[in-house]
Design a binder for this molecule. Structure first.
Ligand code: HEM
Length: 506
């Protein structure tokens, strides 16, 4: 074992030398990585680690959607990488019971503890049933609408107005991240930290998500012993991840003490109290036997789910609309045609019912999710050996990486215009929303583990997007570089720098 550990530590300098040779090997046109002795395909991955999602897409396109990645010797990094819809359907739905997330997933995402994202089998079923039973309560959507409305009125609009008055450029992605962080905290912890306020306060837990999602992708790229060594040395992205862990714990623990106010009957909706009641009834504890820890894990999972996904989709939507002004015009026309203008009010905020009528906006959001699915990849490992529809054999416990980002960019799935932003793709002939099977449009996952928050996310994104598009013109700052981040969530690496001007709607 010790010998393997030394070998892997040596991998980094050896890889650097290989990178040098790779760089000067200009004659190699193919993106498919060379399988070197000892190092396997790791050098190509390290060479492209700053553009890992695009690189995976190039390799998968060249390999017809499925690719066997060979890691360095003894590193346990061999994996099957796929973006083929038949394989995705097989792994996520048809043969679901054979594909838990597996022990490797749990090691990488250790920060999420026993929350729903890390759970398999009975624990996952318990989480899923509990969460669904709460989000399907009759008062849930009323509460959601009220809290989104309040956040738009008291958080988003004042902040945007301040940027308008001062005329300064600002990062729209940061504004959306603050919006979704406050909203998900209110929903899960019944506490609004007000990170979206005029003075834009720095709340360590809110900022910690960005570093954490980058470090989690890093753990997919490096051999386990190497990232464990970096963690032990407390350096690089592992250090950031440990700091994020501390920030999450310091933020969540004080808000989840178990018996707090359970005896009182609430008329309103309170997800945290409902979780506490359920856990008390079922006497559920985490693997460490601590019920506070279990509540921390449950809350953090939902905060990850709610903060990064919707803010990422909204940011890409506004970038795509800036590049496609005719689509933005169509959304404005749709708002004018479908929704009655209330000229007496200073601010027009749209209700859930109104937002549901906005089909073209729905199509635009789906395009944003297709081209930039917030969760770039999914990670599974079969319990029993299996053969995928593409004929690839998968031995037990071998990691199967499902590349959602690459799927949206493949001609074989979406046709020749796959890279174009076309909300019309989602409008049926009779003017309704065109359904796409979930194993083709995988932004919300597919099968029994399909996203629980899909409906919630569309409501929030439509209410926010309609309000902003209706009141403001958004111009992306000239020369601002936009590219996907190297993280498990496809955020914008350098944010979205914009300038605002007011639309004349009064
Ligand atoms: C645009 C917004 C969203 C996208 C693209 C999205 C996408 C996804 C994806 C890909 C998964 C599968 C993750 C995995 O198994 O590793 C997932 C699961 C999940 N999502 Fe979402 N999500 C969004 C918003 C939300 C929101 C707002 C919530 C609410 C808090 C939420 C709650 C969940 C939960 C609880 C799961 C776990 C389901 C399970 O494992 O059974 N999501 N989501």
């Amino acid at each position: 074992m010790a010998l393997y550990a030394y070998l892997e530590i040596l991998l980094i300098p050896i890889s650097v030398i290989f990178l040098y040779f790779l760089t000067i090997r200009t004659q190699k046109k193919s993106s498919v990585p060379t399988n070197w002795p000892v190092l396997g395909m790791l050098p190509a991955v390290l060479q492209n680690s700053h553009r890992i999602h695009e690189y995976a897409t190039e390799v998968l396109t060249e390999s017809n959607g499925t690719f066997e990645f060979k890691g360095p010797w003894f590193s346990n990094m061999d994996m099957l990488v796929t973006s083929d819809p038949a394989n995705i359907h097989h792994v996520l739905s048809k043969n679901f019971s054979n594909y838990p997330k597996g022990p490797e997933f749990r090691k990488i995402f250790q920060i999420l503890g026993d929350g729903i994202f890390n759970a398999d089998f009975e624990l996952w079923e318990f989480h899923r049933k509990t969460t669904l039973s709460l989000t399907t309560q009759p008062n849930f959507y009323g509460f959601l609408e009220k809290s989104i409305w309040a956040k738009i009125e008291k958080g988003l609009i004042p902040v945007l107005e301040r940027f308008l008055e001062t005329g300064v450029e600002f990062d729209l992605q940061d504004v959306f991240q603050r919006f979704t962080f406050d909203s998900i905290c209110k929903l899960v912890l019944d506490y609004d930290p007000q990170s979206l306020s005029i003075d834009l306060p720095c709340i360590p837990c809110e900022k910690a998500f960005n570093g954490a999602v980058e470090a989690l992708l890093h753990r997919h790229i490096l051999p386990e012993r190497i990232w464990k060594l970096l963690k032990w040395l407390q350096i690089g992205k592992e250090k950031t991840l440990m700091k994020a862990w501390k920030s999450f714990d310091e933020f969540i623990y004080p808000r989840v003490s178990i018996n707090d106010g359970l005896e009182k009957d609430d008329n309103g909706f309170n997800l945290l109290k409902s979780f506490k009641r359920k856990y008390k009834e079922r006497d559920i504890y985490s693997s460490s036997g601590d019920s506070r820890e279990f509540l921390r894990d449950t809350s953090l999972g939902l905060m990850f789910a709610g903060r990064d996904t919707t803010s990422t989709c909204l940011s890409w939507l506004f970038w795509l609309l800036a590049a496609n002004p005719s689509a933005e015009m169509k959304i404005r026309r749709e708002i004018e045609d479908e929704l009655h203008e209330k000229k007496d009010k200073k601010w027009r905020i749209f209700s859930v019912e109104e937002s549901k009528k906005l089909k073209y906006l729905h199509g635009a959001l789906c395009e944003s999710l297709r081209l930039f699915p917030p969760l770039a990849l999914e990670h599974k490992a079969p319990i029993r050996p299996d053969v995928l529809p593409t004929g690839n054999h998968v031995p037990e416990n071998k990691v199967v990486l499902l590349c959602f980002y690459s799927m949206g960019r493949m001609e074989m799935i979406w046709g020749e215009d796959c890279l174009d932003f076309k909300p019309e793709r989602w409008i049926s002939e009779c003017g309704g929303i065109e359904h796409q099977p979930s194993f083709k449009f995988t932004a919300f996952n597919a099968g029994p583990r399909t996203c629980i928050g899909k409906e919630m996310a569309f409501i929030q994104m439509k209410m926010v997007a309609a309000t902003v598009i209706y009141h403001y013109n958004i111009e992306v700052v000239k020369g601002h570089k936009v590219s996907p981040s190297d993280s498990i969530i496809i955020q914008m690496k350098h944010g979205l720098r914009v300038k605002l001007s007011k639309r004349n709607v009064y």
